[in-house]
Design a protein around this ligand. Structure first.
Ligand code: NAD
Ligand code: DAU
Length: 370
């Protein structure tokens, strides 16, 4: 039995992870620490009965002493660190928050873990600090380059990627210098339920349902390696269970797609969903298939993202060979599940889009950041 502190557990991957963990390890205790920025949504942690699936502590990882007191008070033996500013476009327009949370916040957590676990007073069993990171720390690939692997040199290009790279180095240094038992995973692009509609897939989806343009940056030929979020959660579980302390694991879907191909597949899935369910046209009257048109008519090429990385791809051999991890969803099945989830959970994304979830969160949890 383990006692987990999940930072950023009200965000996209964190919430999926908490839900996954509660189902896979029902005897473990899970506590979420989340600052509830614009990206954190307590509704993502509601079970089918409307009750929270875990305890949620509203707090900032940057607050000195907070994490240490939580580790001691709740006898936490496992930290799974998701909390971050995660959107590349936001990091281009306002990098400061990224430095604060991704670098200083990660360092506060590492100091907390070191103080609580390594000062001689820890009487519990084995401990672990797992750091959730990204393939973006390795920069951009040319079309014929081999995919990134654990030994690829760091070459972050956006402020977001640079701060995640810095956090990876801090985690590594705390292991090397102080012996903190850490693992790190660097994962490719995730998609699935509860993703904030600022990222490519959910943004395209909700825009299409509202009859709004689906923006494609530049020529649409940038490539990402997509992994269903549930598969990422299983990968982290494998690393927590059997990963080597101090090791880094690359996680990806062996699933490279150009952005334009992703959006075209999404359009076909939406056209199919409207064809199969006549009720959708009444619910989403502005969506093209409700008016006898194809969703792809909304695709709109827009100005490129500054410094836009051309291609990411992950060589996931290490986690496959050492830990037996393989993705279980293909892109087609994962995207179909994602479309079905957004169609069935309109209340969740409407509240995110119109901001009403923020008012609700502030009433429940007090003033929020971001
Ligand atoms: P997200 O933006 O959806 O969620 C981030 C969460 O962290 C939110 O709940 C937010 O409220 C919380 N948070 C932000 N600042 C905080 C602070 N100072 N203190 C406490 N909580 C804070 O992000 P995501 O997409 O779920 O990503 C989670 C992690 O996975 C990040 O570390 C990201 O770098 C990494 N990652 C994401 C992807 C992806 O495709 N989304 C891929 C690989 C790695
Ligand atoms: O690779 C892992 C990373 O994936 C994570 O570390 C990040 O947290 C996560 O946000 C994601 O970064 P990307 O920048 O790749 O994701 P995003 O969804 O913002 O964009 C995916 C691709 O689609 C990218 O090439 C930019 C493009 N794009 C994005 C948006 C939002 C568009 O063409 N149009 C859009 O409207």
């Amino acid at each position: 039995m383990a006692d987990l502190l999940v930072t950023g557990g009200a965000g996209f991957i964190g919430a999926n992870f908490v839900r996954y963990w509660r189902a896979a390890h029902p005897n473990d205790r899970v506590i979420v620490l989340d600052a509830l920025t614009y990206a954190g949504n307590p509704a993502s942690l509601e079970g089918d009965d409307g009750r929270p699936v875990s305890t949620l502590i509203h707090g900032d990882i940057c607050t000195p002493g907070l994490a240490e007191s939580l580790l001691r008070e709740h006898r936490i033996d496992t930290v799974v660190h998701f909390a971050a500013e995660s959107h590349v476009d936001r990091s281009i327009h306002g990098p400061d928050a990224f430095l604060e949370t991704n670098v200083r916040g990660t360092h506060e957590l590492l100091k907390a873990a070191r103080a609580a676990w390594l000062d001689g007073a820890w009487t519990g069993g084995p401990v672990r600090f797992h750091h959730v990171s990204t393939d973006e720390v390795y920069g951009s690939l040319e079309p014929d380059d081999r995919p990134f692997q654990e030994t690829s040199p760091y070459a972050p290009n956006s402020p977001y990627a640079a701060t995640k790279a810095a956090s990876d180095h801090l985690v590594r240094a705390y292991h090397h210098t102080y012996g903190l038992p850490v693992t790190t995973s660097n994962c490719s692009n995730n998609y699935g339920p509860y993703q904030f509609p600022e990222k490519l897939i959910p943004l395209s989806l909700v825009n299409a349902l509202g009859g709004k343009p689906m923006p494609i940056y530049g020529d649409g030929m940038n490539v990402r390696d997509w992994l269903y979020v549930g598969d990422h959660c299983r990968a982290i579980d494998r690393v927590l269970s059997d990963g080597r302390v101090g090791a880094v694991y690359s996680v990806g879907g062996r699933n490279e797609w150009t952005n334009i191909a992703v959006v075209r597949l999404l359009c076909r899935l939406l056209d199919g969903a409207f064809g199969a369910d006549a009720g959708l046209a009444a619910r989403f009257p502005d969506a093209p298939p409700a008016r006898g048109r194809q969703t792809s008519t909304l695709i709109t090429f827009v100005r490129d993202r500054p410094g836009h990385d051309r291609r990411y791809a992950i060589d996931a051999d290490r986690i496959g060979l050492e830990l037996g991890f393989r993705p279980s969803e293909s892109f087609e099945t994962g995207l179909e599940r994602t479309v079905a989830w957004y169609l069935a959970n309109e209340r969740w994304w409407r509240a995110v889009m119109d901001g009403s979830y923020r008012e609700w969160t502030e009433r429940q949890y007090g003033a929020t950041a971001g």
